[in-house]
Design a protein around this ligand. Structure first.
Ligand code: NDP
Ligand code: 2IT
Length: 452
């Protein structure tokens, strides 16, 4: 049995109640196989065994009072996975599906993603099964204060710097930062995704979605193609999806789908800038549902209970590029086969782990350009890294400057992924390339520290 198989086996048996974490470990470890022969020093120092074990996992009670003065209790998580190359860094997710397995998978992925950005950031993730949907602003604020009342002792600008993820946007970061500042009495860059008035970076809200589009454009260019006149399917309708729509549209593509956890819309005429402004107001200000899109734009269709990938599969809808931007495991083998049959050119992941292992294999076997999450959606955390730099410098850069750096970083991740894939015998395989390129830097740093 190879050292990689042994590590995966050990995780399967030790963490058998953590399917998402096992999935992420399997995906990464399988692709690291070519590193084993080239780096006997990693094997000897048991780097593969060590990297799947988090530095620490913090789980805590979050008691708060709802608007009816009833006490509610949620569970908070922060998994500080690896700080070999920089302070822990990664988002906070508020969604009913959050559990230890989900946070561990996200924290594990974040190690390699952050390494790929070229910036000095370790990997972490946190969150709670608290559901912000249907809660008043006051309830969200009281929950967040209670969450930070415990989290504050484990984080800091040189220790661990959380940010947003599903269910955590500008409003939540404001409450988190405000409460941290109050109890620690320090105005420091302890969170990213902050408002511009109190240390945030221009382009951070846009960064993940823009980065996905930039990365996809780089991938298309390797086949002499671009976004012009391409039909693009995007899932989700949150932060990542919204700015992916914006950039893809600016690059000449036509986005025809969006979704939320209740259903999906198809707009064959394309979601143009005006329609996107409607979606942004609907989701970010009114906190409404995507089905309201068809009340405003009756030529579009809303399909309740179906994902974007279900609809494409059921109707034989032809799309050139697919950008899953909602959540994990949206695209399964069935969807992947249908996408292939309908002639998809590229599947580029905006969400974290939106394609399951079988789906990835099918897409790659059929020569579809497959852009893995940790490379394609790294623009968000990359600009978080730039926000940290600006906070340390006590300066702020212009949008042009940050966007320029974001574009450079996405280009460099694309190049590093292709080069590593080539060097380790898997030319054109972005998944293998991204995993190896991200891993090598972290592994070398771990090696330098000895056995800690
Ligand atoms: P948001 O909360 O802004 O939006 C999430 C979107 O996905 C919403 O439309 C939501 O629908 C939908 N969604 C969430 N969970 C499910 C589910 N279980 N089934 C179907 N739809 C679902 O989050 P983000 O846009 O920030 O995050 C989207 C993805 O991108 C996540 O995988 C996240 O980890 C990843 N990501 C985010 C980054 C960031 O900077 N924000 C950076 C890199 C990756 P509803 O409104 O019904 O909840
Ligand atoms: O998955 C991710 O990379 C994020 N949610 C962004 C993390 C960050 O620290 O900006």
């Amino acid at each position: 049995m190879s050292v990689i198989d042994e590590v995966v086996e050990k995780v399967r048996s030790k963490d058998r109640d953590q399917p998402e974490f096992i999935q992420a470990v399997t995906e990464v470890m399988e692709t690291l196989k070519p590193t084993v022969d080239k780096h006997p020093e990693f094997v000897k120092a048991k780097i593969y065994e060590r990297i799947v074990e988090p530095d620490r996992m913090i789980i805590f009670r979050v008691p708060w009072e709802d608007d009816n003065h009833e006490v509610q209790v949620n569970r908070g998580f922060r998994v500080q996975f690896n700080n070999a190359i920089g302070p822990y860094k990664g988002g906070l997710r508020l969604h009913p599906s959050v559990n230890l397995s989900v946070i561990k998978f996200l924290g594990f992925e974040q190690i390699f993603k952050n390494s790929l950005t070229t910036l000095p950031m370790g990997g972490a993730k946190g969150g709670s099964e608290f559901d912000p949907k249907g809660k008043s602003d006051a309830e969200v604020m009281r929950f967040i204060y209670a969450f930070m009342r415990e989290l504050y002792r484990y984080i800091g600008p040189d220790t661990d710097v959380p940010a947003g993820d599903i269910g955590v946007g500008g409003r939540e970061i404001g409450y988190l930062f405000g409460y941290y500042k109050k109890i620690v009495n320090e105005h420091t860059g302890v969170l990213t995704g902050k408002g511009l008035e109190y240390g945030g970076s221009l382009i951070r809200p846009q960064a993940t979605g823009y980065g996905v589009a930039y990365f996809a454009a780089e991938m298309l260019a390797t086949r002499g193609k671009d976004f012009a006149s391409k039909v693009v399917a995007i899932s989700g309708s949150g932060n990542v999806a919204q700015f992916a729509v914006q950039k893809v549209t600016q690059l000449g593509g036509k986005v025809v789908t969006l979704s939320d956890s209740n259903g999906s819309i198809v707009d064959e005429e394309g979601i143009n800038a005006e329609k996107l402004a409607f979606v942004m107001n609907l989701k970010n200000v009114k906190r409404g549902r995507i089905k309201e899109y068809v009340e405003r734009y009756p030529n579009a269709k809303y399909i309740e209970g179906k994902s974007v990938w279900d609809i494409i599969s059921d109707n034989g809808m032809k799309v050139d590029v697919a950008l899953p931007c909602a959540t994990q495991n949206e695209i399964n083998e069935f969807h992947a086969n249908k996408l292939v049959r309908n002639g998809v050119i590229a599947v580029v992941e905006g969400a974290n782990m939106p394609s399951n292992l079988g789906a990835i294999k099918i897409l790659q076997a059929n020569n579809v350009l497959f852009g893995p999450a940790k490379a394609a959606n790294a623009g968000g955390v990359a600009v978080s890294g730039l926000e940290m730099s600006q906070n340390s410098l006590r300066l702020s850069w212009t949008s042009e400057e940050v966007d320029q750096r974001l574009q450079q970083i996405m280009k460099s991740i694309h190049k590093a992924s292709l080069e590593a894939a080539e060097a380790y015998g898997k030319p054109g395989d972005y998944l293998t390339g991204a995993n190896i390129a991200g891993f090598i830097k972290v592994a070398k740093a771990m090696l330098a520290y000895g056995i800690v």
